[in-house]
Ligand binder design. Structure first.
Ligand code: SAM
Length: 323
C-alpha cells in the first residue's frame, strides 16, 4: 500500500469525528485566514481537522509535484535518509517523501501547534510504514533557536508566508546552513507566494546554493514584473469535500510556487534546457511553449518539422523540464 492510500483512509476516519456543519464553518474560517494572510494564531480542533481533510491533500500534491522534479533532477544518486519537515502541520510531507524515497529511515517533524501535532500523531498511527509510524515530533517554535538536526532532505512547506519578513530569511538560512543535502520551500502559487520564494531563492544563491528545481539555472530570476512562476496540480474532490466547501466542481487545482536548492549539484544532475511555465498550447501541427531558460523566459514553437523534438513537446505538461 502506498503511504498516500493510508493517509486518505486516516483522513476519512478523522472527518467522521466532527459534524459536517462544524467542518463547513471551520473550512470557511480557515480559507478566510489564508486569503487574508493575517491571522495565523492558534487553530481550533475543528479547524485542524478541516486543515487535515481539505488543505493537507492539496499541499500534499504540491509537495509531491516538487519532489517529483527533485527526483528527476538528482536521479538515483540522491537517496535521503533523514527528512526534516519544518512547520510540518499534521506531517504532510512525509506521506509523499516516503513514496519517492524508500531510503528514508528517519523523520523529524517540527511544529508549534499542539492540536496539529495531535492530529499528525493520530494520522501516523494508520500508516503501515515504519519511518512514518516512528516519525519524531518536536513541539518547537521555528523562530527560536533550533537543535542541530542532521537531515539530508528538509522541507519548509506553506510556512514561510506565516512568518514575518524578518523571521523567514534567518530561518531559511538556518535550515540551509545546518547542511541539508536538499532544502525544498513551497508557497501558494500567487504573486505573494512567489515573491516569498523568489526572495528566499535569491538569498540562498548568494550563500552559494545551487538550484535543483524548478529553475534550469542559478541566475537572477527572469520573471517579468507582474508575472509569477507557479505550477498546478489537479486533485479530485469527494462528495464530502464538495459539501464542506459548498463547491460544485468535482476537482480543484492547487497552484503552488517552489524552489529546491542543494549545496552542490555533484550528483551529476540531469541537464535540463528549460522549465515549462504555462500549460502548453497545442494547435494543428505545432505546440507553443513558454519556457524559462538561461536566456530568460522565451516562447518556443515546435512544429512537425522539428521531428522527435515536436513529438516529445506534444506530451509535455506545465511544470515539466524541457529535456
Ligand atoms: C499552512 S500550514 C502547512 C503545514 C504543512 N507544512 C503542509 O504543507 O501541509 C503551516 C504550519 O506551520 C506551522 N508554523 C507556523 N509558524 C511556525 C513557527 N514559528 N514554528 C513552528 N511551526 C510553525 C503552523 O502551526 C502550521 O501547522
Amino acid at each position: 500500500m502506498q503511504p498516500i492510500d493510508a493517509l486518505k483512509t486516516a483522513l476519512e476516519i478523522e472527518l467522521e469525528r466532527v459534524p459536517l456543519s462544524q467542518v463547513r464553518s471551520a473550512v470557511h474560517a480557515l480559507s478566510k485566514r489564508y486569503h487574508q494572510q493575517t491571522d495565523f494564531g492558534a487553530l481550533s480542533t475543528e479547524e485542524v481537522v478541516a486543515y487535515g481533510a481539505f488543505r493537507m491533500t492539496a499541499t500534499f500534491h504540491a509537495i509531491d509535484a516538487a519532489f517529483e522534479q527533485i527526483k528527476h533532477r538528482l536521479g538515483t544518486e540522491f537517496r535521503p535518509r533523514h527528512l526534516l519537515d519544518a512547520g510540518a502541520g499534521p506531517g504532510t510531507s512525509m506521506w509523499s517523501a516516503l513514496g519517492h524515497w524508500p531510503s528514508l529511515t528517519q523523520i523529524t517533524l517540527v511544529e508549534k501547534e499542539p492540536a496539529m501535532i495531535r492530529l499528525g500523531k493520530r494520522l501516523q498511527s494508520h500508516s503501515v510504514h515504519a519511518p512514518i509510524q516512528n516519525a519524531k515530533w518536536m513541539a518547537l517554535d521555528l523562530t527560536r533557536p533550533l537543535p542541530d538536526i542532521d537531515a539530508d532532505l528538509v522541507v519548509l512547506s506553506y510556512v514561510a508566508g506565516e512568518l514575518s519578513h524578518e523571521q523567514r530569511h534567518p530561518l531559511a538560512h538556518r535550515l540551509w546552513s545546518q547542511s541539508p543535502r536538499v532544502l525544498l520551500v513551497v508557497e501558494p502559487g500567487t504573486p505573494w507566494g512567489f515573491a516569498i520564494i523568489r526572495e528566499i531563492r535569491h538569498g540562498l544563491i548568494r550563500q552559494g546554493a545551487r538550484i535543483v528545481a524548478p529553475c534550469p539555472h542559478d541566475q537572477a530570476c527572469p520573471m517579468a514584473e507582474g508575472d509569477w512562476c507557479h505550477f498546478a496540480r489537479r486533485l479530485s474532490r469527494s462528495r464530502l469535500h464538495r459539501q464542506a466547501k459548498s463547491a460544485t466542481l468535482g476537482y480543484e487545482d492547487e497552484k503552488f510556487s517552489y524552489v529546491a536548492v542543494a549545496p552542490t549539484l555533484n550528483a551529476s544532475p540531469v541537464a535540463i534546457e528549460g522549465r515549462i511555465l504555462r500549460r502548453p498550447l497545442a494547435g494543428k501541427g505545432h505546440v507553443a511553449l513558454s519556457v524559462c531558460t538561461t536566456d530568460g523566459v522565451v516562447r518556443k514553437v515546435l512544429t512537425r518539422k522539428d521531428g522527435p523534438r515536436y513529438k516529445t513537446a506534444r506530451h509535455l505538461r506545465w511544470g515539466d523540464p524541457l529535456p
